[in-house]
Design a protein around this ligand. Structure first.
Ligand code: 5AD
Ligand code: SF4
Length: 440
């Protein structure tokens, strides 16, 4: 038997890309590839790219440039670009970087084995179609390898919201939900391979409306089906849009024990003028009332969010409204970004905010969010939480896992194994993690 070919995948951007990279590795595994951690000994390099902000795409081009020497040494090395930059730029990538042999958009990953074969024959191959077939169904000849205790599972892809700043509706396409039975089968399979916690993924995950036995199902109904899977202990989902936060999902946060008390619910801005121009279709007030209702259902839920500062025509008063909203919500964690012009999106054509002003606003917002994050984390001290252990710590006998609220927790003198759940009393709060002790 010939030695296996080696595949190096580098993943940028969101959790869905992490999931997609796993599926691509499995698909190419069927063609005799094994993964390697270094591009130096690879026969194929795949960059799974992100297009959400300008810097993300530029990083890909500079990374590609660095492979020039490798390709010169090893003419058989194949270089591919996948993900949202592949979808958005298509042929342009090969024009700008002739080292690239293969360009594959996110909806065509099941065609990767054929594409790889053509690339091996010296062809330049490109596929950025939006085919009808379910790519994940076609990708499912996975080896039954054991896995770590947490996994992502894509249930929905694409988006129909068309926020004025966002490329997702163009790169990932229209909103599509996977049928429930396929998701349940995949969840069962993950559990059999050692997974205890599943994070359901979708660009607009709470818009989920996949086919079930009795018609379309909501995300909450899907979660209740997953709740029945023996051995699955924890369910999370991300990312949600406030307008799709239906009553049954809010209720599930109060009644489904496996659904973790953590919700990523981006608001983007606190000014109604800006929200309107972003085409968000909600107001600051409607978002705040929604958070209130969620906290009635699950008082201890940790709220996470995304923010954009310096959106076109944002004034200091508009920005102040974002700070006011943040003060009111009290976020446990958050991601904040400076607006980045995305060609082809409506906001790209509008008058832009002075970049120095946007930088200053980003700094002020991040200072407030960091302070809140720290306060929420510190408030865990003295409380008892459940921890799912994910790996050994840096010190002998120490284990590290995540609490229900997704805080990293270090436990010393811990006799538990990876994949175990245990009750832990939180003793102290550090820069980015908590420390605790086993209770029983
Ligand atoms: N500029 C800055 N941030 C953006 N996001 C999406 N598009 C842009 C953009 N053009 C942010 C949003 C979104 C997160 C994934 O990325 O906050 O929720
Ligand atoms: Fe982009 Fe999310 Fe808006 Fe969809 S809802 S357009 S993915 S920011």
């Amino acid at each position: 038997m010939s030695a296996p070919k080696k595949l190096f995948i580098k993943t940028y951007g969101c959790q869905m890309n992490v999931y997609d990279s796993e599926r691509m590795a499995e698909a190419l595994g069927g063609e005799g590839y094994v993964e390697t951690k270094s591009p130096d000994d690879a026969d194929m390099i795949l960059l799974n790219t992100c297009h959400i902000r300008e810097k993300a795409a530029e990083k890909v081009y500079s990374e590609l440039g660095r492979f020039k020497g490798l390709k010169a040494e090893k003419p058989d090395l194949k270089i591919g670009v996948a993900g949202c930059v592949a979808q958005a730029e298509g042929q342009e990538i090969m024009r700008r970087q002739p080292l690239v042999d293969l360009v594959v958009g996110p909806q065509s990953y099941h065609r990767l084995p054929e594409m790889e074969a053509k690339a091996r024959e010296g062809e330049k191959v490109l596929d950025t179609d939006f085919p009808e077939e379910d790519k994940f169904e076609k990708l499912k000849n996975r080896p039954k390898a054991k896995r770590g205790p947490t996994a992502f599972l894509t249930v929905q892809e694409g988006c129909d919201k068309f926020c004025a700043f966002c490329v997702v509706p163009y790169t990932r396409g229209a909103e599509v939900s996977r049928p429930a039975d396929r998701i349940l089968r995949e969840a069962q399979d993950l559990v059999e391979r050692g997974v205890r916690e599943i994070t359901l993924l979708g660009q607009n995950v709470n818009a989920y409306h996949g086919a079930g036995a009795n018609g379309d199902m909501t995300l909450a109904q899907l979660i209740w089906e997953l709740d029945k899977v023996d051995g699955l202990e924890r369910i999370r989902f991300t990312t949600s849009h406030p307008n799709d936060m239906q009553d049954d999902l809010i209720e599930a946060h109060g009644t489904c024990a496996k659904l973790m008390p953590y919700l990523h619910l981006p608001v983007q801005a606190g000014s109604d003028k800006i929200l309107k121009r972003m085409n968000r279709a909600h107001t600051a007030e409607s978002y705040l009332r929604l958070i209130e209702r969620i906290r009635v259902a699950r008082p201890d839920i940790l709220i996470s969010g995304d923010f954009i500062v310096g959106f076109p025509e944002e004034t200091e008063a508009d920005f102040q409204a974002t700070l006011d909203l943040v003060e009111e919500v009290k976020y446990g964690t958050a991601y904040s970004f400076k607006y980045s012009t995305r060609p082809g999106t409506p906001a790209a054509e509008r008058p832009q905010v002075d970049p120095a002003e946007a930088d200053d606003r980003l700094q002020r917002l991040q200072a407030l969010l960091t302070k809140q994050q720290r306060e929420v984390q510190d408030s865990m001290v003295g409380r008892d939480v459940t921890v799912l252990f994910e790996k050994a710590g840096r010190f002998p006998g120490q284990m590290v896992g995540k609490s229900d609220y997704l805080h990293a927790v270090h436990v010393a003198d811990c006799d538990r194994a990876i994949g175990d759940l245990a009750r832990v009393r939180i003793l102290s709060s550090g820069a980015n993690s908590l420390a605790g002790a086993l209770i029983d």
